[in-house]
Design a protein around this ligand. Structure first.
Ligand SMILES: *Cc1c(COP(=O)(O)O)cnc(C)c1O
Length: 435
């Protein structure tokens, strides 16, 4: 597949180039130059296929030109090695649980796929590579687990100190080996900005083979299309006509993947993007809104605390910069903390189902817009145990920590502190990651 840039469609790149660079030379983000549609027969047979079979067909449509089929099959099997059950919540609302992987969040899917794909691309090039990633909590654990022990790749995780739960921090600070955590005393947006700057630095580009693992990397973004197809396949046939996906939206990677799945032919009617007190997509779609303020407000759903979503340029590109066209398919809704808590409490009381605050935000947003002829699928992006204290406060339920998290929380920590400044991060990387 050929990739182009959101900056200019005259830019083209191979998968290897698009996967290795963060930004296109024109500063844009890579997107597929053309999105291939899946044949009708695929949708007719989709109920009879299991997760790995569906994943392989979708992955082959996206990466089949670039990756030999036996390698792609191994990548799919290694990445989709945990279940993603579709649960009925209540009424016409379902949830696809994407949180049964090693870090208990949906980011495991893209991160594992990317790790194995980059491992393959760099092995064939015979080169050692470094991954730099910033995290507000969930990316770090998913990326660390995905890349842990992948030969030839070292991972640097830049994260804001004191901004996430002990369990989240444990997921990427207790592995050691090729995973190197860097704690900085700043907020998440500052970490994100530092990483963006590092990737535009010529000396870093020249001296370190530095890759990104945030959702702006196409090899992480595109595999996220797969679970939209899978969720559709598990929905009872009679309910498949007017499907609405509701997505807790921070950097908009998940939403962008959903739109790409729709362009590949997935019969979806529309999307709901749930945001919190920070709502840049609501502002974008509502032209009258004031320009977003710089600093993110902290909420019960920290992965939504983003003011400048990194995937917005891709989403705009997919809709040819036409806000009205985007608004026809995407409804962005801002959900306040009180509503997130109330939804967690009510869903538990009415349906005996526990949700993490991000999933609850998406459920509340969906409930506010769904019509009687529609069926809603919420992307359940994190295990409720990951947000143990928030869930306890809202519902009174003490979710037990799954075994892998309990062990990690007690384990020895690795990592270093770093001052949240460009020159410090650059010096560190030149010392550790240059070759
Ligand atoms: C990262 C994350 C999100 C936001 O996903 P984006 O692709 O950045 O929009 C939502 N929920 C959880 C639990 C997350 O970890």
């Amino acid at each position: 597949m050929i990739y182009t840039s959101t900056g200019s469609t005259s830019t083209t790149a191979s998968l290897h180039e698009a996967a290795s660079r963060v930004f296109a030379p024109d500063g844009g983000l890579y997107v597929p130059a053309q999105i291939k549609r899946l044949p009708k027969a695929f949708f007719n047979n989709i109920d009879a296929m299991n997760l790995r079979e569906i994943a392989y067909v979708v992955a082959n449509t996206l990466f089949g030109d670039d990756i030999p089929s036996d390698v792609l099959k191994d990548i799919v099997d290694d990445s989709f090695n945990f279940d993603m059950p579709l649960r009925h919540v209540s009424g016409k609302i379902y949830a696809i649980e994407l949180f049964h992987g090693p870090s208990l969040g949906f980011k495991d899917v893209g991160a594992r796929f990317m790790a194995h794909l980059l491992g393959y691309l760099h092995k064939t090039a015979g080169l050692k590579a470094n991954v730099l990633v910033n995290t507000s909590g969930d990316t770090g654990g998913a990326v660390a687990a995905g890349f842990y022990n992948v030969p030839g790749i070292d991972v640097y995780v830049l994260y804001p100190l004191y901004k996430m739960t002990r369990e989240q921090e444990a997921q990427f600070t207790t592995l050691g080996g090729n995973i190197h955590p860097l704690g900085a005393n700043c907020d998440y947006d500052t970490c994100q900005e530092l990483v963006r700057e590092i990737f535009t630095d010529d000396e870093i580009q020249r001296r370190c083979r530095l890759l990104t693992a945030n959702s702006i990397n196409v090899t992480r973004l595109l595999p996220q299309t797969i679970y939209y197809f899978y969720a559709y396949s598990r929905m009872p046939r009679a309910l498949r006509r007017n499907i609405v996906f509701s997505i807790p939206s921070g950097n908009l990677g998940n939403l962008t993947a959903g739109v790409i799945a729709m362009r590949m032919g997935l019969p979806v009617k529309r999307f709901v993007a749930a945001q919190g007190a920070n709502h840049p997509l609501v502002d974008y779609l509502d032209r009258t809104a004031a320009a977003p303020s710089g600093k993110a407000i902290s909420t019960l759903a920290p992965a939504l605390d983003v003011t400048a979503p990194s995937n917005l340029p891709r989403l705009r590109h997919l809709f040819a910069d036409d806000r009205a066209a985007m608004a026809a398919r995407i409804k962005a809704v801002s959900v306040a903390d009180a509503q997130i808590s109330r939804t967690m409490r009510e869903v538990h009381a009415d349906a005996s189902y526990l949700m993490d605050p991000h999933t609850a935000a998406a459920t509340a947003a969906l409930a506010s817009t769904i019509t009687p002829d529609e069926t809603g699928i919420v992307l359940a992006t994190a295990h409720p145990a990951k947000y143990h204290d928030t869930v306890l406060q809202a519902t009174g339920i003490n979710v037990p920590l799954p075994a892998q998290m309990a062990a990690a929380a007690a384990a020895r920590r690795y990592g270093e502190r770093i001052a949240p400044r460009f020159d410090e991060l650059k010096r560190y990387l030149l010392r550790r990651a240059s070759q």
